[in-house]
Design a protein around this ligand. Structure first.
Ligand SMILES: CC(C)(COP(=O)(O)OP(=O)(O)OC[C@H]1O[C@@H](n2cnc3c(N)ncnc32)[C@H](O)[C@@H]1OP(=O)(O)O)[C@@H](O)C(=O)NCCC(=O)NCCS
Length: 115
């Protein structure tokens, strides 16, 4: 699609979509049915499980893992949603705010997993 830049080693499984103006780093893995919408910036070694909905203007930093069926709210230029380096978004989470690096979030709205 229009204006995307996708780094080496990307694995885009069946029924995945990258819409437009996305910048994706090295070794991205998008599992089945996931999408990356317009103006997203995805780092290196990022993994999307199946059916991840990454809405427009979201930044996902290096080594982040997004679980099955998670939905990431769209960001704006003034206030991007940032999934921090090495963060984990649990399956089914609805992420409405940025996630700090190396933090696991779950639920709707997503909040840190505390054990
Ligand atoms: C979030 C996640 C990383 C946590 O894993 P974990 O650290 O092993 O956590 P646990 O399984 O010990 O669960 C801890 C608690 O959180 C709950 N929990 C775990 N994942 C959850 C989720 N996604 N949503 C809501 N609650 C969740 C558990 O029920 C448990 O609750 P309890 O303490 O009341 O019993 C993991 O559950 C997850 O969602 N992984 C993504 C899986 C996936 O998408 N796989 C795709 C394969 S292709």
């Amino acid at each position: 699609m229009h204006g995307n830049v996708i780094g080496e080693g990307a694995i885009l499984c069946a029924y995945t979509t990258i819409t437009s103006n996305a910048k994706i780093g090295k070794y991205f893995h998008a599992n089945i049915y996931s999408y990356v919408a317009h103006d997203c910036v995805i780092g290196d070694f990022v993994t999307f499980a199946p059916d991840v909905h990454c809405n427009g203007g979201v930044m996902v930093e290096d080594y982040a893992y997004i679980g099955t069926g998670a939905i990431l709210k769209q960001g704006t230029r003034e206030k991007p949603i940032v999934i921090g380096r090495g963060a984990v978004v649990g399956m089914g989470a609805v992420v409405t705010k940025s996630v700090a690096p190396f933090t696991t979030v779950i639920g709707n709205p997503a909040a840190p997993l505390r054990k």
